[in-house]
Structure formats: C-alpha cells, structure tokens
Design a binder for this molecule. Structure first.
Ligand code: C2E
Ligand code: MG
Ligand code: MG
Length: 542
C-alpha cells in the first residue's frame, strides 16, 4: 500500500507540474494570439481613421483649388493673390498657394509674392488621372521637418502640411504618411533605399504594421507598433490567460493523477487481476478426525498485487464485496476448482471441495441455477461441491435463506462458516436448515488457554448433535487441540496440523500419499506429531 501511496504522490507531483506547465504555456499562446489580434484590429482601425482624416484634408485642398481656378482676377495680380490668401486662411491645413505653369515654374505665391521666386522648374512626383499633379516637400516652402505635399490643378497650386492624425494611438505606436505610386503601393524611403509596400496588415521583424493608400490622392498611411509594445499593452491579458489556463491545468492535473491513483488502488488492481485471471487457488485439506483421512479440501483464493505483495483474502474479499464484484471471484474460484480437481471430483464421489460464497452471491439473481449449469457442463455432481457461508451473510436475509434452500435441493452440502462468531442461535440454525457448521478457530485456539470460549465448545457440540448437524473444526494447529475433538464421533477438522493451504498440484500429491497409507489408529497412536503429512509408516508408528 505504501508503494501505491508513493506512486500516487509521484503521479500527483508529475501530473500537476506537467499540467500546470502545459496550462501556463497554453495560456501564453492564447494570450499572445488574442493580444496580436487585438493589436491588429486596433492598428487597422486607426490607419483607416487616419486615412479618412487625410482624405478630408485633401478634399479641402481640392475645394480651395477649384475656387482659385475660378479666380475673377487677373493672373497673378495683387488682387488675385489677396483673393488666394482669403481662401487659404480658411483652412488650418493649407499654408501656401499660388500659380504654377505646366512647365513646373512657380509664377506667383501667397507667401513669396511675384519677385523672390525660385527660378527652377519643379517636377511633379505624380500626375493623377484627373490631371492634377503632386509635388512632395516642395523646396521653397519646406520650412520644417514636417512633410508637405503640393497639389496642382490647372495653373493653381496649394501646399499643405501632411498630417497623420495620430491622436488616440497607444504608446509605442506611430502613424506615418508616405507617397503612393501609380500601382497604389506606398513608397517608403529609407536610408537603405526605396521600397514599395502593398495595402494591408503585416508583421515583419517584430513590427506590426498596417498600410492604407488613398484611392483619390497620392499618399498612403502606415500605422505601426513593435510587437513588444503590443505585448506590454496586453500584459493584463497575459496575466489573466496564463493564470486561468494554469488553474485549468492544475485541476486537470489533479484529476488526471486521481484517475491514475484510482487505477493503482487495490480495488482496481484486483479487478484487473480477476480480468486477467491472475488469482490463484490454494487447497487446504479437510480431514476426518476419526480416521485421519483427507475427505475434502477448502478452496481458498490467493492474490498477489501489482507490487508483488500477497494480499490476504480477509482484505481483498471485503474489497471486492464493497466494489460489488465479489461474484466474479466466486465464479473464478469455481472455474479453477473444476479445472484443478475436476478429475478427482468426477472419480471420487465422496470427496468434497468446499467453496466460500458471500452474501452478495446469495443475493444475486440466478446464482444457484448458473452454478448448476457450470457443474453440469463439467460433469461434476453438486454433492461434490460444498458451500461455505458465514453466519453474518445469511442472518435475517430471506434471499440468502432461499438460495440455501435451492442449493440444498440441488444436492450441495451447505456449511455455516466461522460458526460462533456471528448470530448463532438455535432458532436461527433451524430456520436456515444447513448441513453442517464449521466451528471457528477462535474456539480451537482457546483450548488449553483457560479462555471462556472453551466452555462454549461442549454446548456447541451438543447443539450440533441435537440438530443432526455435521461438524468441521477449523484451525487445528497442534495435537492438544486435535485430541480435544477426538471424541469418536464423526467430526471433520481442518488446520495447519493436517496441512496448510497449498497449490492444486501439491494437494493432489498429498492426497495420493494419503490414499495409499493405512488408516490412522488415532486413539491408539495419539497426536504426537505437529505435521499431518509425515510418511505413512511414521504416522502409524509414532
Ligand atoms: P475461512 O473460509 O474461514 O477459511 C479458513 C481460513 O483459516 C483460511 O484463511 C485458512 O488459511 C486459515 N486457516 C486454516 N487452518 C488454520 C490454522 O490452523 N491456523 C490459522 N491461524 N489459520 C488457519 P485465509 O485463506 O486467509 O482466508 C481467510 C478468509 O477469507 C476465509 O476464511 C474466507 O472467509 C475468505 N476467503 C478465502 N478465500 C475465499 C474465496 O475464494 N471466496 C470467498 N468468498 N471468501 C474467501
Ligand atoms: Mg471457509
Ligand atoms: Mg472459517
């Protein structure tokens, strides 16, 4: 049992630690997936919002350009520049505007006027389908590090500070504006060169980013956040998922170890042993005390558990009774008995094998008819199989009483086992109507000890005689005890003095020897030996 406990403790430890580690790992993976998914959704949402805001700015620029192109004043006149200023002042986004020829030369500007203008011709980075042209960070107007874009429609242009509308971005995230190429890709300029990035969400080198390009205007917005920042933002999610899954793992681990422990418990081991037919049967001789001859044997179940320890039947039979599968043991014992002693039982009709039966068996529907079928198939007469029943299993149990009646009717001899330890009473014995009693070994053990139990023995013997019951005395270990019962009446006995429970092959050998020797002259020779199976010559002359 200690080994089972140790094994169980080890299982609990291993199973819980493993399940805990697995649970926490699964929690990490789950949290990571959720956090990345949330970061993706938030990033896309913010990029789309930022692009919509940029598109709104551009719409303002286009409105301004339309108004400028509809100028009622002379080209680049003072009045026209004043008119342009009025238009531009209405927008916080537009900082500058004026006239620019198709050749890319600025003719007049709301900030530089008409005289201090750059002489170079500017080249548009893009020409839209509607003919409008885009200049990026136009040199004369670029006053800060802020990106600017110049939009030209007809001969009017406006210059706006590109805004990324990054309000509401989580810490560590950024929103950038880039130019869009004709294929609708973002043009990314970096120290290492130019790269083109398609619309959409991606995760590259630990950076989560989402790029959205304007449909009408030549720019794109890219929102990005390093993965570590996203994880940092989602730390409470990590804590929650890892704790939750850790607890789930722990519970699962405990459940798992419980199942394992349950599997290793004696009850489960016993069930497995029965299923695998691993129980053994030992046969203990039952002798006729008057002649000393072996007249029968009691079949006793033996079981070695999975740790190799011999478990006494006093322990495993109640275990099977509580588990509700003791009937399987009875069936197994009967099967083995018929296999081990079948030939003997068929050929020696007055030899009896005793089989122990429990209250569960007696209460089971069809127990007696099933047993009869098995015996019939084996060609063994019911008279050759005696049934031992304990008093406690039969007391006040109508089904047991009925089963006993049926068994006696079928031809079995029924014995009350461990007589004297249960509900013994005259009335009870009459009601049960059995064939014999087996006087429990506590009485035998009391002989020569002065115990009160010895005083009960003459009464038990007298009562049995009055009720015409046969007697078997259990637990005869020494000559003194044997002598006590050597009254000349036909009493049977069982005990270590005559032979301990032994395997079938050994029992058959012992029986063969017994059959060949002359009958004991009990009264004459006495009971000088402690062992029953000395040589026949020694037995008779001792
Ligand atoms: P039981 O039916 O009263 O069997 C007699 C018990 O006394 C056996 O113990 C036997 O080994 C032991 N015994 C025999 N002679 C002596 C002796 O001289 N001195 C001492 N001290 N003991 C002696 P065992 O085999 O340990 O069985 C214990 C009990 O377990 C049995 O008592 C019986 O109630 C039960 N049992 C054993 N096998 C089976 C079985 O196959 N089915 C059922 N239902 N019960 C069984
Ligand atoms: Mg018995
Ligand atoms: Mg007994």
């Amino acid at each position: 049992m200690c080994r089972v406990v140790a094994k169980c403790m080890a299982a609990v430890l291993v199973a819980t630690v493993t399940a805990l580690v697995l649970g926490v790992s699964a929690g990490y993976v789950l949290a990571r997936t959720i956090v990345l998914r949330v970061a993706e959704d938030r990033l896309i949402h913010q990029t789309v919002r930022s692009l919509a805001a940029a598109d709104a700015d551009t719409a303002v620029a286009r409105d301004a350009l339309a108004a400028m192109n509809a100028s009622p004043y002379a080209y680049c006149s003072d009045a026209e520049l004043t008119y342009f200023r009025h238009i531009l002042f209405r927008s916080v986004y537009l900082r500058e505007g004026g006239r620019m020829g198709a050749d890319g030369r600025i003719d007049c500007s709301t900030t530089l006027g008409r005289d201090a203008l750059p002489q170079e011709r500017f080249k548009a980075v893009d020409t839209e389908r509607d003919g409008s042209r885009v200049y990026w960070n136009l040199a004369p107007f670029r006053t800060s590090k802020e990106a600017t874009s110049v939009l030209q429609e007809g001969t009017s242009y406006v210059d706006g500070a590109m805004q990324t509308h990054s309000e509401g971005l989580p810490p560590g995230a950024s929103m950038t504006l880039t130019l869009r190429d004709v294929h609708g890709q973002s043009i990314n300029l970096s120290a290492t060169g130019v790269s083109f990035v398609k619309n959409g969400y991606r995760s590259v080198d630990g950076i989560l980013s989402d790029t959205r390009c304007s449909v009408h205007d030549p720019y794109c917005v890219t929102g990005s956040i390093p993965e570590v920042e996203a994880f940092h933002l989602g730390r409470s999610m990590f804590a929650a998922c890892m704790t939750l899954m850790g607890v789930v793992g722990l519970v699962f681990g405990l459940g798992w170890s419980f199942v394992l422990c349950h599997k290793w418990t004696r009850g489960q081991q016993l069930r497995r042993a029965i299923r695998r037919d691993e129980l053994r049967i030992a046969y203990q001789p039952v002798v006729d005390l008057a002649s000393g001859r072996i007249v029968g044997a009691e079949a006793l179940a033996r079981w070695r558990d999975e740790d190799g320890l011999e478990v006494p039947p006093d322990v495993f039979i109640p275990l099977a009774e509580h588990g509700g599968f003791v009937g399987e043991i009875t069936r197994l014992v009967l099967r083995h008995v018929l296999c081990d002693l079948g030939d003997l039982l068929r050929s020696v009709p007055d030899f009896q094998v005793h089989v122990n039966v429990t209250a569960w068996d007696l209460a089971a529907a069809g127990f007696v008819p099933r047993m009869e079928v098995v015996l019939e198939r084996a060609g063994v007469s019911p008279e050759s199989v005696a049934i031992e029943i304990t008093e406690t299993s039969t007391a006040n149990n109508p089904r047991a009483i009925e089963a006993i009646r049926q068994m006696r009717l079928a031809g079995h001899r029924v014995y009350i086992d461990d007589f004297g330890t249960g509900y013994s009473s005259l009335g009870y014995l009459q009601e049960l109507s059995v064939d014999a009693i087996k006087i429990d070994k506590v009485f035998t053990r009391a002989i020569g000890t002065g115990s009160l139990n010895v005083n009960l023995l003459p009464q038990i013997l007298a009562m049995a005689e009055a009720l015409h019951l046969e007697i078997v005395v259990e637990g005869i270990e020494n000559a003194e005890q044997a002598r006590y019962f050597a009254t000349g009446k036909r009493i049977r006995g069982q005990g270590w003095l005559y032979g301990r429970p032994m395997p079938a092959a050994e029992f058959l050998e012992v029986l063969a020897v017994d059959r060949e020797r002359p009958e004991w002259k009990i009264m004459q020779d006495g009971y000088g030996q402690d062992r029953r199976y000395t040589s026949p010559t020694a037995s008779t002359t001792a």
